[in-house]
Design a binder for this molecule. Structure first.
Ligand code: ZN
Length: 381
């Protein structure tokens, strides 16, 4: 038997792997950080053997509650990822499984590799209304890509920014972006036509390539949590945020969505920027419009559960949405999807999945289009 993790996004260290009944593993910490929770590894040579895997440091992870009632993802072909029960016993996450093939992969959520990321960018550039810009290099020397979609005169349009995967372990955020991009490439689609007649779309499908490749949960190569770097990003520690913020200042921002996953809460929800000093009734009604319409359009999304709203003046200005909402006076929101599943619309076989992330992205595009259309017609939402 052998455990491997030396591949794109891999993360695990082996304590003991002599007998199938006692495979002991530990999740590695993000570089220069105490965060850990993301894991992704392969088990070979255990076909038809009753395996008992123990991730012994699960209960000290960044979000231990995330491992309660958690169902792990496994795959034989790295295309279909299925759920399997786990048990949190003391400090250990226990997985009991009998693999039916020679090789089986396990992951915290469905991986989204950097190779797939580069395929996504390159494939989109087959279309004339899509262009890309290399905003800069990361600390590990990887490319930080911006994808733009626009038609006709750019200067008269609303500038909509969607960014994803500041936290690299939240891979559902890039599956969301893949769905978003597929829709925006379809010029026969009525929604896409409407959007591109009113908007320039700016997309960062992966804000954190280094953390993604290194198999991090939350930080970049310097151990920085990028969603705490937006007030004073630096080339030295957070070039990813530095470059994106700079580009946003050039284009202007009329709408922004920052896409994430939440380890603990079994819901899709949106967090607003109610903590801003100048929060007011207009901003509240814009946020309410978006959330309520999204809940109407997509049954996986709901508005009852989420993070408690902050009081005006209590905002953490180092986060992307508060910083951008404040600088550009626009609607900026954080979208959260679950690692586990949604309580109201569960799926026993797949749980929250790549496909459901993509479907939610299409719903977000629909509601964004409605929001922008009303805004430019001067209709209050
Ligand atoms: Zn996040």
């Amino acid at each position: 038997m052998e455990i491997s993790q030396n591949f794109d996004g891999g993360n695990i260290s082996v304590i003991e792997c002599e007998r199938p009944s006692n495979i002991q593993l530990e999740i590695r910490k993000d570089q220069n950080s105490n965060f850990y929770q993301w894991f992704y590894f392969r088990l070979c040579g255990a076909k038809a053997r009753n395996c008992r895997l123990s991730i012994v440091n699960a209960n000290s992870a960044a979000y231990p509650e995330g491992f309660r009632n958690y169902r792990i993802l496994y795959s034989y072909d790295r295309k279909e990822w299925l759920r399997h029960d786990t048990k949190l016993e003391g400090s250990t996450l226990r997985i009991e499984i009998t693999p039916t093939r020679d090789s089986i992969y396990f992951a915290y959520f469905i991986p989204y590799s950097m190779e797939r990321h580069y395929d996504l960018i390159a494939g989109a550039l087959n279309y004339l209304h899509c262009s890309s810009e290399l905003l800069g290099k990361t600390l590990d020397g990887q490319d930080l890509d911006l994808l733009s979609f626009s038609m006709g005169d750019k200067t008269t349009k609303q500038n909509c920014w969607i960014i994803a995967r500041q936290h690299p372990g939240e891979t559902m955020a890039e599956w969301f972006m893949e769905g978003f991009i597929e829709k925006l490439l379809d010029m026969d689609d009525l929604l896409t036509k409407k959007i591109l007649s009113n908007c320039n779309m700016y997309l960062i499908p992966n804000m954190n390539p280094d953390g993604s490749r290194r198999g991090h949960l939350r930080t970049n190569a310097a151990g920085r949590n990028l969603n705490r770097e937006w007030e004073t990003p630096s080339i030295q520690f957070s070039p990813e945020v530095f470059f994106v913020k700079e580009k946003m200042n050039k284009t202007g921002v009329n709408f922004m969505l920052d896409v994430h996953g939440d380890e603990t809460l079994p819901y899709c929800f949106i967090a607003g920027t109610e903590g801003l000093k100048n929060w007011n009734a207009r901003k509240q009604s814009e946020l309410d419009f978006f959330k309520n319409r999204l809940a109407e359009v997509n049954p996986d999304f709901q508005t009852e559960n989420g993070y408690p709203a902050k009081q005006p003046g209590q905002a953490n200005m180092a986060m992307s949405t508060t910083q951008i909402a404040s600088m550009h006076d626009c609607l900026a929101m954080t979208l959260e999807m679950p690692f586990k599943d949604t309580t109201a619309t569960p799926d026993k076989k797949y749980g929250w999945s790549a496909q459901r992330s993509k479907t939610l992205s299409h719903s977000c595009l629909q509601v964004m289009e409605e929001f922008i259309s009303k805004k430019i017609s001067g209709i209050d939402v």
